[in-house]
Design a protein around this ligand. Structure first.
Ligand SMILES: Cc1cc2nc3c(=O)[nH]c(=O)nc-3n(C[C@H](O)[C@H](O)[C@H](O)COP(=O)(O)O)c2cc1C
Ligand SMILES: [Mn+2]
Length: 516
């Protein structure tokens, strides 16, 4: 039943009244962004712009994930907790106790077979193959905000290969269009695409190092130069890294590119798990990578190891422009696409935007995975105004002194949760999704000097307040009730609640009071 491609997903949206076609001419520079922003903020539908100024035939598909309902439709569930429940099912597999248990496990194992991607000989993304005459400017790439450095591809699935394990990564990293054949490759330094790039840099450094410098320290030196602003690209070793980019894929695959998966888990597998059907892949024409066979558009190319270029500014999901910085450059070697390709994109800016719903889906789906290392975790809320890396509200089942701080440290060491600028830990009886109740209880329960803890470490590249790019402080608030074993010996007051008897009596007299 999985959506085979973006077009069948669009058809499903249209049938459900969740897609609006726009025939009025709109400009890919700013106008589409302003229209989409208004629609996003009012909980409106996905949009298909069919009349792009100056680009006859071009089509822009945007806001596809922009509501709770569409996010559920994208993953074909009635509630995102269903996906979490499916993960738990696999995590809970016990060793079979006998032949009967083994037989019972067979359907599950058969299901797992469906998750693995399948390479096929060709697919719709090869309907048009352009080896000689191609240009990024052929596509209706948006400029989203007035002070953006230019047009940015905002919903690309960027595919790279780990040179050692051979595994493929799919990450969503925006690409600033520099010219017809070059774009910025904005993989932030903690992301997997960047790690693949560094692996190649390290290898090139060891191969090229001059006699007296040990390979390892040559590599460390290169990492220092590419890590955080002060970059001397001319001193980087030469070499190339192949990259492919798929734009306009079926929704589970697009979503998998933003999922903060462990480095060694291929997103193609995650997408297969989400859609319960294998992702079909085809080989690229000019690079040794496999791309989704049903993609609307595929860009093939490479990144030079020793080339960095200023990228940004870009109006980001923080609500501010992310500052310019140096990033690698993607050079195009071939374009393949479907006939009349539909260009898929998104805009980010002040929340809530489309990405808020994608982030919420990550929050729900990752809860059971977080519980693997943080078993006391009851629930998590990433309020959209906290833009995902600024604020995490967590409730825990506290069983020993100091546990809230242990949980903070665990979160700061858990993949991309390391970026969380502020973690607030509450007891299990607080509903983290009731932000008003969280505010009441947290502020009542803390003695700020005692309960706030700071730590230093990596921060999100988009954090403009940190003392240095990518490096700064983070704050944890222990708002759990303090115990005598934590040095708190004063009595703790009871929460105010009306007794059941009185409530019942008032219920009985309610109508006669004439209060509505
Ligand atoms: C719309 C959108 C745009 C994004 N743009 C970027 C980006 O430009 N650079 C980046 O490093 N991460 C960006 N992200 C976040 C990454 O996609 C996310 O961290 C993902 O988990 C990275 O995959 P990886 O772990 O395989 O590197 C973006 C996310 C979304 C939803
Ligand atoms: Mn990944």
């Amino acid at each position: 039943m999985a959506y085979q491609d973006m077009r069948s997903w669009m058809a499903a949206l249209e049938r459900a009244g969740e897609l609006k076609r726009i025939g009025v001419e709109a400009d890919a520079v700013l106008e589409i962004a302003e229209i989409t922003d208004r629609v996003s903020k009012s909980g409106g539908p996905a949009l298909l712009f069919e009349n792009i100024k100056g680009q006859p035939g071009a089509k822009v598909f945007i806001n596809q994930f922009g509501s709770a309902r569409r996010m559920q439709m994208a993953l074909e569930v009635g509630s995102l907790d269903e996906v979490a429940a499916r993960i738990v099912e696999y995590l809970n597999v016990k060793s079979p106790q006998g032949i009967l248990d083994k037989v019972k496990m067979l359907p599950m194992l058969a299901d797992m077979g469906k998750f693995f991607p399948k390479t096929v000989s060709t697919g719709p993304c090869k309907e048009v193959i352009k080896r000689d005459h191609f240009s990024l400017l052929d596509f209706p790439v948006l400029q989203c905000w007035p002070r953006d450095a230019g047009r940015f591809i905002t919903l690309p699935c960027v595919i790279t290969r780990d040179p050692v394990s051979g595994k493929r990564n799919v990450g969503m990293y925006r690409m600033q269009v520099f010219d017809a054949h070059a774009a910025g490759m904005h993989w932030q330094r903690q992301k997997i695409g960047a790690e693949h790039y560094r692996q190649r840099l390290r290898a090139a450094a060891s191969a090229a190092h001059e006699s007296d410098v040990p390979a390892a320290s040559a590599a460390v030196d290169i990492m220092a130069r590419t890590g955080g602003g002060a970059v001397e690209a001319e001193k980087l070793p030469a070499g190339k890294m192949e990259v492919a980019v798929a734009i306009g894929t079926e929704p589970a695959l697009t979503f998998s590119a933003i999922v903060p998966a462990p480095p060694d888990v291929e997103e193609y597998l995650i997408a297969g798990f989400l859609r319960q059907s294998p992702v079909e892949l085809v080989k690229c024409e000019t690079v040794d990578l496999e791309v989704p066979a049903h993609a609307e558009i595929v860009l093939e190319g490479y990144v030079n190891l020793d080339e960095l270029r200023t990228e940004g500014p870009f109006g980001d999901h923080t609500g501010f422009y992310s500052l310019e910085d140096l990033y690698p450059v993607f050079h195009l070697t071939c374009v393949t696409h479907r006939k009349d390709p539909i260009y898929a994109t998104t805009i980010v800016g002040k929340p809530p935007m489309e990405d808020a719903w994608m982030g919420k889906a990550v929050e729900r789906i990752f809860l059971p995975l977080m519980r693997l290392t943080i078993p006391e975790l009851v629930d998590v809320n990433l309020p959209v105004e906290g833009i995902f890396h600024n604020l995490m509200l967590v409730s825990i089942r506290k069983s020993y002194p100091g546990q809230a701080r242990k949980v903070m440290n665990a979160i700061w060491s858990l993949g991309q949760a390391m970026f969380t600028k502020c973690i607030v830990v509450v007891d299990e009886d607080v509903d983290v999704h009731d932000v008003a109740d969280v505010t009441l209880k947290v502020l009542n329960h803390i003695d700020p000097e005692r309960d706030i803890q700071f730590t230093l470490g990596p921060v999100d590249s988009l954090d403009h307040a940190a003392r240095l790019p990518n490096y700064g402080s983070k704050m944890g608030v222990d708002a759990t009730r303090k115990w005598p074993t934590e040095g708190f010996t004063r009595p703790w007051p009871e929460e105010i609640r009306m007794d059941a008897e009185t409530k019942k009596r008032v219920d009985a007299m309610w109508k006669s009071l004439g209060l509505g």
